[in-house]
Design a protein around this ligand. Structure first.
Ligand code: FES
Length: 70
């Protein structure tokens, strides 16, 4: 789904950017150029970004623990 119509940025691109290590929303906007023209997409882009970040944190904390304690 297109989030930013000015620069044809999709939610998939935003999620991928987070997976690839984009740390801040500002960095995301710089990399994908979303929110840099009319700004209408900012709210939605931030929602997708925050959601992807939260998901990333959840999956990191679900990593199996080291069970080598004998
Ligand atoms: S819709 Fe993203 S900057 Fe215009």
């Amino acid at each position: 789904m297109y989030i930013c119509s000015c620069h044809a940025v999709t939610d998939g691109q935003i999620k991928k950017a987070v997976e690839d290590g984009t740390k801040t929303f500002r960095q995301l906007c710089r990399e994908l150029r979303c929110c840099t023209q009319c700004g209408i997409c900012a709210r939605y882009a931030k929602e997708v970004f925050d959601e992807a970040k939260a998901k990333q944190k959840t999956s990191e904390s679900e990593e199996p623990e080291d069970t080598d304690s004998e």
